[in-house]
Ligand binder design. Structure first.
Ligand code: SF4
Length: 312
């Protein structure tokens, strides 16, 4: 099976060509409740290893066929940082990628290993998962291999965020009744505040999960996002937008809502009913609401919010 897939288009990352570093079977140091792949015991190491030369040959062929690529995304049926030749592979990709960005999607579990830490610094963009901040919830949701501790992961992400020069994204996936309690959110907030990142994507289950667990509705996700300190650059990513029930908002409610948590156009489409969307447009025309960009995603926030931050 080829280790290259795509191109796929994502609004967050652009047109991406994917490299799967475990294309024949799932090899992961987690066994997350919500994984889209079948359940499998968490492993300490990869057992089936694709040769670097095979990946590079496939990649060169794919790049010749699809020249209009924004990003080469390194991922896996499992955890890509478990691939033992990742450092060499990134160096080789750098030699042929031209202006294309490199991105890795990681569960963060190996970031405390000095080799992995140094290798990830070579990427243009890094996306790290952090689903929990307490040991109990971490073990329940991510079901890690023995010896992986959430306190060490949080410490490594924080350290990495202060030296990494590229774009850093964090991702939290919420599972109903598992990591959405007030105490877990408070613990996550404490972990996130010292981390320097471009965006924190929060989402929920939107594909059949490995185990019998449920996702949150868009409204639940939105309410949960409001519990985090507004300084955190949180963005709701969820296909559950489509199932949301729009509500009526007055001008003042629109401004207060956006002040608490800037929203994207998709969020507004999902949350506001027809008349509220008209009111939102009027506020935008009167420049009481302005656009801000956070790593390819446009958000809307009251001008007052920007002025307040500028005057601090
Ligand atoms: S880290 Fe990703 S691949 Fe591994 S078990 Fe969790 S969701 Fe699945």
């Amino acid at each position: 099976m080829s280790s290259i897939f795509g191109p796929v288009h994502s609004r967050r990352f652009g047109t991406s060509l994917g490299i799967d570093l475990s294309s024949s079977n799932k090899q992961c140091n987690f066994d997350c409740l919500y994984c889209e792949l079948a359940p499998a015991p968490a492993l300490a190491h990869q057992h089936t290893i694709t040769p670097v030369e095979t990946i590079l040959t496939d990649l060169k062929e794919a790049l010749a066929k699809h020249p209009a690529i924004d990003v080469i995304t390194i991922t896996a049926n499992g955890e890509p940082t478990m691939y033992p030749y990742l450092d060499y592979l990134v160096d080789e990709i750098d030699k042929i990628k031209g202006d294309i960005q490199t991105l890795i999607l990681s569960n963060s579990a190996c970031l405390n290993e000095p080799d992995v830490f140094t290798t990830l610094l070579k990427f243009d963009q890094v996306k790290l998962s952090l689903d929990a901040a307490t040991p109990e919830t971490f073990k329940k949701i991510d079901r890690p291999a023995e010896g992986i501790e959430i306190s060490i992961i949080i410490e490594s992400i924080t350290r990495f965020s202060h030296v990494f020069e590229g774009k850093l994204f964090l991702e939290i996936l919420f599972v109903k009744g598992v990591n959405d309690s007030l105490s877990e959110i408070a613990a996550l907030e404490r972990a996130l505040l010292p981390i320097s990142c471009d965006r924190i994507d929060i989402g929920t289950i939107d594909r059949p999960p490995a185990y019998a667990v449920e996702g949150l509705s868009f409204e639940e996700l939105y309410l949960l996002s409001c519990r985090f300190d507004p300084v955190l650059p949180i963005h709701i990513v969820s296909r559950t937008h489509a199932n949301a029930t729009p509500s009526r908002y007055t001008d003042e409610e629109i401004l207060t809502t956006l002040d608490k948590r800037p929203l994207s156009m998709d969020d507004i489409e999902a949350l506001f009913d027809f008349d509220s969307k008209q009111r939102f447009k009027n506020l935008l025309e009167k420049e009481k609401i302005v656009q801000i960009e956070r790593s390819n995603v446009i958000f809307f926030t009251p001008i007052e919010n920007i002025n307040r931050k500028r005057s601090k």
